[in-house]
Design a protein around this ligand. Structure first.
Ligand code: AQP
Length: 339
């Protein structure tokens, strides 16, 4: 059976890219698992958030808020295992072992590190550099078979498979870790900035107008979509007409994802119409889709004690899966535990 794992960093608010590229898919997979069997584990990866040295109080708050956002988006702690990474020891323990498996040459190819470290790479933290190794540990500590993610995570998933392959080979344990499959699916695997069609929508973009946050109210959502960058042409007659128009393509993709349709269906409806008509319709749809999530998040944020209970229970369930796997790993690599 499938074991699905994915994580999101508790660094600020979730945006529409995180929602459509990741969390909405998490909910669909949770519901599929309820039908087909298997488990779904969704993690607030707070250890990853440390790579950008957040304020400690802010990190605690963001972790609780991310848990609230997960639940508000439809993740159910009775159906999925919802937890924060630092409460389950396996992640940090396996990450060290994988640090000794991964090669510097592999890590030097990671494009996200290059982007995030910027020009002054020497001053970046070792944690930021080793981030993809911790991510491999997150996944393989559960022997997860499938990982739903946005397109930006593809390279990290390839590294996870490389680490699994080398571990299995080095220790003569074929099949010890599975070859985890990335699930980069749907019409919104890469939602772009509303201000620049060449950049992905991102929490760390300086301009708040570049993204729709799940915490935005109806007015903010409508304003951001109204001001979203587009070209002056009307919507094209066919899908091919979107090829050289990244901003138009992005807005069509967002509408498709929010209405559970294909981009071709959206183009079929809107062919030849101007953005002055399309944008208000998109804004209405976004408000309608996000308002219930926004309201539920507010309710949940009012009761952090409840969130802490959910996370504690989730951590127990996650630990029950990971701890025996870590015991096996320690044994295989020759770490003596005489207790
Ligand atoms: N623009 C996006 N479109 C589709 N999916 C996206 N994801 C992120 N941005 C987009 C997916 O959301 C999940 C969680 O992301 P994360 O918070 O763990 O890491 P991230 O990629 O660093 O997210 P951000 O918002 O872009 O933050 P910054 O600004 O720090 O880089 C992942 O599955 C990711 O693919």
């Amino acid at each position: 059976p499938r074991r699905v794992f994915s994580g999101v960093q508790p660094t600020g608010n979730l945006h529409l890219g995180n929602y459509l590229g990741a969390v909405k898919r998490f909910v669909e997979m949770q519901d599929e698992a309820a039908e087909l069997g298997g488990e779904t584990l969704y993690c607030m990866v707070d250890l990853h958030a440390l790579t950008i040295n957040p304020d400690p109080a802010e990190l605690r708050k963001s972790t609780r808020e991310l848990a609230a956002a997960f639940i508000a988006c439809g993740l159910d702690p009775e159906k999925s295992i919802l937890f924060n990474q630092s409460q389950v020891q396996a992640h940090a323990e396996l990450a060290w072992i994988f640090n000794c498996v991964a090669r510097v040459g592999w890590m030097n190819r990671m494009t996200q590190f290059k982007e995030k470290a910027g020009k002054n790479r020497e001053a970046a933290s070792v944690g930021l550099y080793a981030y993809p190794v911790l991510m491999a540990a997150d996944i393989l500590a559960y022997r997860a078979t499938h990982v739903p993610v946005g397109e930006d995570q593809k390279q990290h998933l390839e590294l996870t498979r490389d680490i699994a392959t080398k571990f299995n080979l080095d220790y003569g344990q074929p099949g010890f870790f599975p070859m985890t499959e990335p699930l980069i699916e749907g019409v919104a695997t890469r939602v772009m900035s509303l201000r620049d069609g060449s950049k992905k929508m991102s929490k760390s973009d300086a301009s708040d107008m570049s993204r729709i946050n799940l915490t935005d109210d109806a007015d903010a959502i409508a304003q951001k979509i109204r001001k979203a960058r587009t070209d002056p042409e009307p919507l094209p007659e066919t899908l091919d007409g979107l090829a050289e128009r990244p901003e138009a393509k992005n807005l069509v993709g967002i509408m498709a994802a929010l209405s559970n349709r294909t981009t071709a269906e959206v183009i079929g409806e809107w062919a030849g119409k101007p953005f002055s008509e399309f944008k208000p319709a998109l804004a209405d749809l976004a408000v309608e889709s996000l308002a219930p999530i926004n309201a539920r998040m507010r309710e949940l944020n009012a009761d952090p004690g409840h969130i802490d209970q959910v996370l504690a229970k989730g951590a127990d369930k996650a630990d029950a899966i990971a701890a025996p796997i870590i015991d096996e790993v320690y044994d295989v690599v020759g770490l003596l535990r005489s207790r």
